[in-house]
Write a protein that binds this ligand. Structure first.
Ligand SMILES: CC(C)(COP(=O)(O)OP(=O)(O)OC[C@H]1O[C@@H](n2cnc3c(N)ncnc32)[C@H](O)[C@@H]1OP(=O)(O)O)[C@@H](O)C(=O)NCCC(=O)NCCS
Length: 295
C-alpha cells in the first residue's frame, strides 16, 4: 500500500529501520499509563535494545506488515504484523496519546490487515484499552476474554522435580513447529529461533503428548502443547524456574482451564485482562498461552 494521507496531516507509510527508535518511544509511552510510567522509563539499555531488536526482526521478516503514522515528520503511531504459514498476527498497534480518536489507529490497522490478505486466519491479543477492543471487533475479529495471573510463586507449592520436562535448544524447533501446527494451525517460523537468542526453551516430549514453553527475562513468553497434562507440567516448570519476585501468566482464556488450578496452587492472583482476538480457521488454540509479541 502506498503512503496514505489521513485527515489532520497524518501520513501512514511503511516502517523503515530508521523509524525503530521513534517507534519504540511511541509504543513505550502509549502503554505506560499511571503506575507503569516509572517502570517504562526505568528500562535498562539492554531491555530497550531487546524491544528494538523485536521491531527490527519484524521489519526484516514482514516489511509489508510494518507501518508507521507520521505527523510533521514525527512518528505518532505504529502497527507491526506478521504472517506465518497462513496465519496473520498483529504484534503491535499503538498511537501517541495526543493523536488518538482521529482515526489513526483505524488506518494503521487497515494497512496491517491488508497484509493478512490470502491468510486463512488472524490473531492478536488486545490490551484492556476500550478503543483497542473496539478496533479489533469492528475489524471482524472475535473477542475471547482472558484472565491474567500474577504474583510471587509460593515456592512450597512447587511439585517435586517434574519428570519429562527438559531444557530445549534449536534441535527442538521441529518439535515446536509440529506442536504449533496442531494447536494454532501454523508454526512460528523465524520467531521462535529469534526468541531463543535471548530466551530459554523448555520441552516436554512424552508418549502421551508433547509441548514446549519459552521463557524470556524469567517470565513465561509462550506455551503450546498437544495435551493439557503436558501443558500443566510445562507451566509448573516455568513457575519453578521463573522470577523469584513475581511471575505473570497472561492470556488465560476460557479454553485454558488446565492453567487455572496451576496458577492458583502456585499462589498467583487472577485478574481480568484483554481479549485474545481471532478470526478464521486456525486449530483449537488450546492448550496454548500465546506470545504477546509473536502470538
Ligand atoms: C488503541 C489505539 C491504538 C487506538 O488508536 P486511535 O487512533 O485512538 O483509534 P481511532 O481514532 O482509529 O478510533 C477511535 C475510536 O474510538 C471512538 N471514540 C469514542 N469516543 C472517543 C473519545 N472520547 N476519544 C477517542 N475516541 C473515541 C471513535 O469513534 C473511534 O471509533 P469508530 O472508528 O468505531 O467510530 C490507541 O488508543 C492506543 O495506542 N492505545 C494505547 C495502547 C494500546 O492499548 N494499544 C492496543 C494494543 S492491543
Amino acid at each position: 500500500m502506498a503512503p496514505h494521507p489521513v485527515k489532520g496531516g497524518v501520513t501512514v507509510r511503511p516502517m523503515k529501520r530508521g523509524d525503530v527508535p521513534a517507534a519504540y518511544e511511541t509504543a513505550a509511552l502509549a502503554f505506560a499509563n499511571g503506575s507503569e510510567e516509572a517502570r517504562v522509563s526505568d528500562r535498562s539499555p539492554a531491555e530497550v535494545a531487546s524491544y528494538r531488536a523485536r521491531y527490527h526482526h519484524l521489519i526484516e521478516n514482514d516489511p509489508d506488515g510494518s507501518w508507521v503514522a507520521e505527523s510533521e515528520g514525527r512518528v505518532i503511531g505504529v502497527a507491526l504484523s506478521l504472517r506465518r504459514e497462513g496465519l496473520w498476527g498483529l504484534s503491535l498497534l499503538t498511537v501517541d496519546a495526543a493523536h488518538r480518536g482521529r482515526g489513526v489507529g483505524k488506518r494503521l490497522l487497515e494497512h496491517a490487515l491488508a497484509y493478512a490478505e490470502g491468510c486463512r486466519a488472524r490473531i492478536t491479543v488486545s490490551s484492556t484499552h476500550p478503543t483497542a477492543m473496539r478496533r479489533y471487533a469492528t475489524a471482524g475479529l472475535r473477542l475471547r476474554p482472558t484472565l491474567k495471573a500474577d504474583g510471587a510463586v509460593r515456592r512450597k507449592s512447587l511439585p517435586a522435580p517434574l519428570q519429562g520436562v527438559r531444557e530445549g535448544d534449536e534441535g527442538d524447533l521441529d518439535l515446536a513447529a509440529e506442536v504449533d501446527r496442531r494447536v494454532r494451525g501454523a508454526a512460528h517460523g523465524p520467531d521462535l529461533a529469534f526468541m531463543l537468542r535471548t530466551g530459554r526453551l523448555l520441552v516436554c516430549d512424552l508418549p502421551s503428548g508433547r509441548g514446549y514453553a519459552v521463557m524470556q527475562d524469567g517470565l513465561l513468553a509462550l506455551l503450546a502443547a498437544t495435551e493439557a497434562a503436558v501443558a500443566t507440567r510445562l507451566l509448573w516448570a516455568c513457575l519453578a524456574e521463573g522470577k523469584e519476585e513475581g511471575m505473570e501468566v497472561r492470556w488465560i482464556g476460557a479454553d485454558q482451564a488446565w492453567a487455572i488450578p496451576v496458577v492458583l496452587s502456585a499462589g498467583l492472583d487472577l485478574s481480568p485482562a484483554g481479549p485474545v482476538c481471532v478470526s478464521g480457521e486456525m486449530g483449537p488454540l488450546s492448550p496454548y498461552i500465546p506470545s504477546g509479541v509473536f502470538l
